[in-house]
Design a protein around this ligand. Structure first.
Ligand SMILES: Cc1cc2nc3c(=O)[nH]c(=O)nc-3n(C[C@H](O)[C@H](O)[C@H](O)COP(=O)(O)OP(=O)(O)OC[C@H]3O[C@@H](n4cnc5c(N)ncnc54)[C@H](O)[C@@H]3O)c2cc1C
Length: 285
């Protein structure tokens, strides 16, 4: 089901040891997207490269925690109540510079709620950031006849990294739902790029699926990457698998986040979401 690339690959799991990095630069890419480059010697040999959806898990103190980064996670866990332990938030490796041990992360800033968005909005050069990783599971299948990427702003980093690996001339259709025209970013590929931006600050879960239904798509074997807001992903996935008959193993699909849920709440619901996704196929016959 979810996260199943067409070419069988061994998913990378984040390392258990937290790596200490420091913010090296902060750049406002769009009104709601901030690029942060972190670096540090603990990143030396960071095993990034096999996948285009590589991610790291950031360790962030919850609001009101009596400590700040850098911290010793194990010591905190031994001495503080669970609600004060560092929280994890997942971010895509937008770029990795092995020579200079620099990792580029792009953050959607979505208001004052949450931990990672506000952390990015306040980040200053020199700030400490601890992270685990990398994980990853997907890279575009070089044998596919065409590619499909669907997502929202939180998926632009993975889609950008994936576009760089589409072979020259191979069609790639990209559907991206962002708040408005000011949130569009330049995207490039050697492939034959068909880019569709949808503007909607309300996070309407049906928008991407409805737009996809209207598209005339190429024939042949597709490899699809569908991630982002959970309900939206579910509707797009259902259309691809049930209505268009795309094989499940040609599709990497998962909910990166869920509207009105913190990451902790969303992770607690994820198993139910996966059951609903599977039921979508059964009820459709
Ligand atoms: C594999 C993977 C890769 C990811 N890569 C990226 C990435 O590169 N860049 C990125 O920005 N995100 C990425 N995400 C999504 C990110 O982890 C979530 O958006 C996360 O919930 C943000 O944490 P937070 O502390 O800011 O907000 P939370 O505390 O988790 O949530 C607080 C509130 O904000 C809302 N919210 C959370 N995310 C968004 C959003 N994107 N837009 C609008 N409202 C939101 C929630 O619904 C909730 O109501 C990725 C997720 C996964 C699983």
């Amino acid at each position: 089901m979810a996260d199943s690339p067409a070419t069988p690959q061994i998913p990378a799991r984040p390392a258990r040891r937290a790596l200490l990095t420091r913010v090296e630069s902060v750049e406002q890419l769009t009104p709601n997207m901030i690029r942060i480059v972190v670096g540090g010697e603990q990143l030396a040999g960071f095993p990034v490269g096999a996948f285009t959806d590589h991610y790291v898990k950031l360790l962030l103190p919850p609001a009101g925690a009596p400590y700040s980064a850098p911290f010793d996670q194990e010591q905190l866990k031994a001495t503080l109540p669970r609600e004060q332990w560092p929280r994890t938030r997942t971010y895509t490796v937008r770029a990795w510079d092995a020579e200079n041990t620099r990792l580029t992360l792009d953050f959607v800033v979505h208001g004052d709620e949450g931990l990672a968005g506000p952390w990015a909005a306040a980040a200053q050069v020199g700030d400490a950031l601890q992270l685990l990783g990398p994980g990853g599971a997907y890279a575009p299948d070089p044998q596919a006849d065409w590619h499909l990427f669907v997502g929202d702003a939180s998926v632009i980093p993975a889609i950008s990294a994936s576009l760089a690996r589409i072979p020259a001339g191979v069609p790639v259709h990209v559907l991206l739902q962002v708040d408005g025209p000011e949130e569009e970013q330049p995207l490039e590929s050697d492939g034959e790029l068909h880019l569709h931006w949808l503007h909607d600050p309300t996070h309407d879960a049906a928008l991407l699926a409805n737009a996809l239904r209207e598209l005339e798509l190429p024939s042949g074997r597709v490899h699809a990457f569908v991630h982002g807001e959970a309900e939206s992903v579910r509707l797009v996935r259902k259309q691809l698998v049930v209505e268009r008959g795309i094989p499940r193993d040609a599709l990497s699909a998962s909910g990166y986040w869920k509207l009105t849920r913190s990451d902790e709440d969303w992770r607690a619901e994820k198993a139910d979401w996966k059951r609903q996704v599977e039921a979508d196929e059964v009820t459709a016959g």
